[in-house]
Design a protein. Sequence first.
Length: 276
Amino acid sequence: MKYYVVGGTLAFIGAVALLIVMTAMEPARMESFTRSYESRQIEQGALIFESSCLPCHGPQGGGTPLGPPLNRADLFNGEYLTAIGWSGTLGDFLRSTISAGRAVPTEGTNFPQRMPTWSENFGGPFRPDQIENVVAYVMNWGERASAGAEPTEITGDVMMGSDIFIELPEGDAEVGESLAAGELGCAACHILSTVGPPWEATGGLPGMAIRGDIRIQQDNYGGNATSGDEYLIEAVVETNAHVVEGFQPDIMPTNFSERITLQDMAHLLAYIKTFE
């Protein structure tokens, strides 16, 4: 009998010791589980953002002419929420805005379209868990944005300015495509939507012939350009010099002359000319 008692006592002591070890390990296990869960949320949110949010808010939330940047310091440090009178958390603000959208374009901005509703609770396509995934992905930018780091950066030494007759370096169409889809946001209006004149296979920007010697069709053209390249440059840096029929003025940002370098302008032109 005493052997059973000893065996039982040892088994009990072993079980208690195992419980103590497991209890000691539980915080680390839960922390690892939480990190894994949050990582999966961010990954899923990135996929949703890429397919549904990027056309307006740009790669890594850098913004486009259709939607404001989300990867910016004032959104994460509280300045923007204070300015609009939001008293809740940033997570709640993002969750609410993504879910319900905005009935009208944001007041005081030049963004032309309202934000649609995304949550199925408001007639949108996404489940609550998908909304949470997008929120997690956007919140993932917080530390870097709060430190003042920009999500994208237009490189180069010399800014384009407003001289449409300036000589440009050689451009690379692949780099231009990356700029149009990313930092400059051109694709949002000219390729992914009809907000701006399309870069079509029929010859690039309306009023242009992106073939052979590249010439301007002079009818209804109100700018100063005398060549195809000059026309394209002017369309970027003097956005209202020639408003294509059927499109509105003041939609395209007017500060590209201060944002785009000579080299990047060359890349962009090389890309536009591939639309033949």
